[in-house]
Write a protein that binds this ligand. Structure first.
Ligand SMILES: Nc1nc2c(c(=O)[nH]1)N[C@H]1C(S)=C(S)[C@@H](COP(=O)(O)OP(=O)(O)OC[C@H]3O[C@@H](n4cnc5c(=O)[nH]c(N)nc54)[C@H](O)[C@@H]3O)O[C@H]1N2
Ligand SMILES: Nc1nc2c(c(=O)[nH]1)N[C@H]1C(S)=C(S)[C@@H](COP(=O)(O)OP(=O)(O)OC[C@H]3O[C@@H](n4cnc5c(=O)[nH]c(N)nc54)[C@H](O)[C@@H]3O)O[C@H]1N2
Ligand code: SF4
Ligand SMILES: [Mo]
Length: 722
């Protein structure tokens, strides 16, 4: 028996850990964190172990399937590509290009080949109906980055490794492993702040796993963080603590911020936030006293009613305390594969614009919602399918997504999917959404693919680079992501026989060499081309990655704004203060029992991974957390079933009574609710849970960006026994 060791990145979450796989003959016998990885330094979480389960999963599709009167039937790749092309062409000829829509889910950004070659196909459809998980996720951060720094990917990152004071708002990195902050082993990194006498503060309606390790935890009423941040800014001006340091040279419109925050003293907003004014003043004072401090907010405050306003105020708070572009503050990465310089069209600079531009240059047909980077908010997808008239969506292609479980008003979307003329899914499972596809095209699993993190190095708190070769060959009869996308693209793009032949040769060439060619090309254009001479070949000799150093100050040069200045107060953000004030005025008229918020746990990965038994075994985690006082009011007992109802739907779920959740708030995790006769997730269906997104409301949005407010959803609670 021979034992071998191989290294491969984990692509499941943003932490991008390096993993060490031990094989006996061809079988994986262990998966561990790679202790020599330059960035992740041995970190691993329970999900990584499930990578082998996905690879071996008998439910995982390996060949295309087609829905027939007698159920799913395997078909050849060529038949699948031809049928997709024929059917979509007929619909587009009859109803226009926009009659076809695309939803791209979260795993796209974790899939190298999909990132490199997916756009060739999706662009060839020439539809404006693109949707993705962005609008149930980080759209506010990206909009703020676009307006402040000129590029939607220029997201400032908390310099966790050097800070002495971090405020975490609406994020639970100890469980999520960090987001828009690629920082493997974040728990240890936070604990190191404390070891160097620094402080970790968490602001969250739930006393989370991150709050448990923090020096201070503050409960806050869901959806109202913007009030708190305005009051923090108020305190800065009130005490003359504003100090932009070097960024003063290139920041404009400070006076607008000053007058904007005037009405929002900590006392004036206490009723909205639930936070004691003396605590707010103390917090701001301590933040200002720290030499190196940063404030970071994530999904809990992005996917809420004031997502953009809140994310903007977080950045402004960092800037006004002198912590933008300073060590230990919020800083920018400098990745070897510089995606931002590759995608110039995502900048706000008009001279650099190409086809897909920034924000609000088109609006959705039914609800007039703004687009962003060529995508409409997914909250409007169902009604775009259901509402008759010119431009109605009649076909949908989902890629890496399960929007029935992941996007608002799951029941409405399910109804909509049932009435499509044609539906295609690119996914290796028949899940709650892909069950409505006519044809499913399965790509290989993660361990059968090469990997490089082109997005997450852009979001990493330390610069490094690493490439992984596949651990296993692609199963016989399967195609790589590159082959799938280029086969589809050439059918849609090539018109003449000559073009078809050329397309075929290009596909063959790129499926063999495309990944290395694309990466090497970007390395050559990138910032380390002289100092490091990076190439895929060189990275193969460094399976633990190459460290490229800590983040460095880079402003104003790296700004994508043409004038190299930052407008602190873009009108679309400032104007939203009026909506916030209205919320305060109307607060006493609210009629609901509780505000719903979300939750993640260490063995979930959004809507998938539940088909691995290790991820679902043990006690039921799809439970509603309810405060003892609320449970008492409603006569709800521990472990009993409760009904939760919102404007759009109702679910029944097991109650778990705990004072870790704030009074007036109920927490339910997302990604559960596996069901459906056609769904092939045998393990997941046996541990189904319920779909929280039956409750979330497609009309409840962050009005500025169109992001869905998945948190702070008003619900009523009842016990079926009463
Ligand atoms: N209520 C509530 N809803 C939420 C959230 C919340 O906090 N609360 N969070 C939101 C967030 S942040 C996100 S990102 C979304 C995520 O939601 P989605 O965008 O739906 O993505 P996932 O659930 O991660 O993945 C869905 C599918 O991708 C497939 N898949 C995995 N890897 C690959 C691959 O490499 N190729 C292909 N073709 N398919 C693959 C899986 O089989 C699975 O069926 O959910 C959102 N929904
Ligand atoms: N184990 C696991 N890890 C994951 C994922 C997963 O599904 N499972 N998903 C991945 C994805 S796609 C993403 S985007 C990231 C997200 O990463 P995080 O942003 O860290 O996500 P959560 O763990 O959901 O933390 C959000 C926190 O916000 C709080 N919250 C809710 N509403 C409010 C509010 O109004 N105000 C405040 N202040 N807080 C609020 C919630 O209680 C929760 O603790 O996680 C990634 N990592
Ligand atoms: S933290 Fe994320 S990247 Fe690291 S092992 Fe877990 S799932 Fe994989
Ligand atoms: Mo996400």
């Amino acid at each position: 028996m021979t034992t071998t060791t191989k290294y491969h990145a984990c692509n499941l979450c943003e932490a991008i850990c390096g993993l060490k796989f031990t094989f006996e003959n061809d079988q994986i016998i262990s998966i561990k964190g790679d202790p020599d990885d330059v960035f992740s330094q041995g970190h691993i979480c329970p999900k990584a172990i499930a990578l082998q389960d996905i690879y071996k999963d008998p439910d995982r599709l390996k060949k295309p399937i087609k829905k027939t009167a007698n159920g799913w039937q395997e078909i050849s790749w060529n038949q699948a590509f031809d049928e997709i092309h024929n059917k979509i062409s007929v619909l587009q000829n009859q109803y226009g290009n926009d009659s076809v829509a695309v939803y791209q889910g979260n795993p796209v950004v974790h899939n190298l080949e999909a990132m490199l070659f997916g756009p060739r196909f999706f662009k060839s459809l020439k539809t404006k109906n693109h949707y993705s998980a962005t609008s149930v996720d980080q759209l506010p951060e990206q909009l703020v980055s676009l307006k402040l720094f000129g590029h939607s990917l220029m997201v400032p990152l908390p310099d966790v490794d050097r800070t002495d004071f971090i405020i975490i708002i609406g994020a639970n990195p100890v469980v999520s492993n960090g987001s828009l902050m690629t920082a493997p082993g974040i728990k240890k990194r936070l604990q190191k702040i404390q070891k160097r006498q620094g402080k970790v503060i968490v602001i969250d309606p739930r006393k989370t796993e991150t709050a448990n390790l923090a020096d201070q935890h503050l409960f806050i009423k869901p959806g109202n963080d913007a009030f708190l941040l305005l009051s923090m800014l108020h305190v800065l001006f009130d005490n003359n603590w504003v100090n932009l340091k070097s960024t003063q040279r290139y920041c404009d419109n400070l006076e607008t911020i000053e007058s904007m925050v005037k009405p929002f003293s900590p006392q004036a907003v206490e009723e909205m936030t639930g936070v004691d004014p003396t605590i707010v003043i103390e917090l701001v004072k301590n933040f200002c006293a720290a030499n190196k401090a940063c404030c970071y907010g994530r999904i809990g405050v992005s996917t809420h009613e004031f997502g953009t306003l809140t994310q903007w105020l977080i950045v402004i708070f960092n800037i006004l305390t002198g912590h933008l572009d300073h060590e230990g503050g919020i800083m920018f990465s400098l990745p070897a594969f510089d995606f931002m310089n590759r995608n110039q069209h995502r900048t706000s600079s008009p001279s650099k614009r190409k086809t897909r531009t920034g924000f609000a240059d088109a609006h959705s047909r039914v609800r007039n919602l703004p687009n962003f980077n060529g995508e409409f908010p997914v909250a409007t997808l169902a009604e775009e399918i259901l509402t008759q008239g010119e431009g109605q969506i009649r076909a949908l292609i989902t890629h890496c997504g399960n929007p029935i479980l992941s996007t608002p008003n799951g029941n409405q979307l399910e109804t909509a999917l049932k009435q499509l003329d044609f539906c295609v899914a690119i996914d290796f499972y028949v899940n709650e959404t892909t069950q409505y596809a006519d044809i499913i095209l399965p790509p290989p699993s993660a361990l059968e693919r090469p990997h490089y993190d082109i997005i997450f190095y852009t979001l990493a708190i330390r610069n490094s680079t690493r490439f992984s070769d596949p651990l296993f060959p692609i199963s016989k009869g399967s195609l790589s992501d590159t082959e799938i996308f280029l086969n589809l693209a050439r059918r849609f793009k090539a018109k003449t026989i000559m073009q078809k032949i050329m397309g075929w040769f290009e596909m063959k060439l790129l499926s063999k060499f495309g990944v290395a060619l694309a990466i090497n090309q970007q390395f050559k254009k990138g910032p380390y081309s002289n100092s490091q001479k990076l190439s895929v070949k060189k990275l193969r000799q460094h399976p633990h990655g190459i460290d490229l150093g800590a983040m460095k100050p880079c402003l104003p040069e790296r700004l994508f704004n043409e004038n190299k200045r930052i407008n602190l107060a873009p009108a679309i953000f400032v104007d939203d203060i009026q909506r916030l004030k209205q919320k305060q005025q109307n607060a006493s008229k609210d009629k609901f029992d509780l505000l719903l918020i979300g939750r993640r746990d260490p063995r979930t990965n959004n809507s998938w991974l539940h088909n691995s038994f290790r991820m679902v075994k043990g006690k039921n985690r799809c439970v509603a957390l309810i405060n003892p006082k609320d449970a008492n009011d409603k006569q709800i007992n521990e472990g009993s079933l409760v009904q939760v109802q919102s404007r759009v739907g109702q679910i029944e779920i097991e109650a778990h009574i705990t004072d870790e959740i704030m009074q007036g708030v109920i927490s339910i995790p997302h990604g559960w609710g596996h069901k459906g006769d056609a769904v092939n997730l045998s393990v997941a269906k046996a541990h189904a849970g319920v779909n929280i997104n039956i409750l979330t409301d497609e009309q409840f949005l962050d009005k500025v960006s169109g992001n869905t407010a998945l948190n702070g959803v008003p619900v009523t609670l009842s016990s079926p026994n009463i």
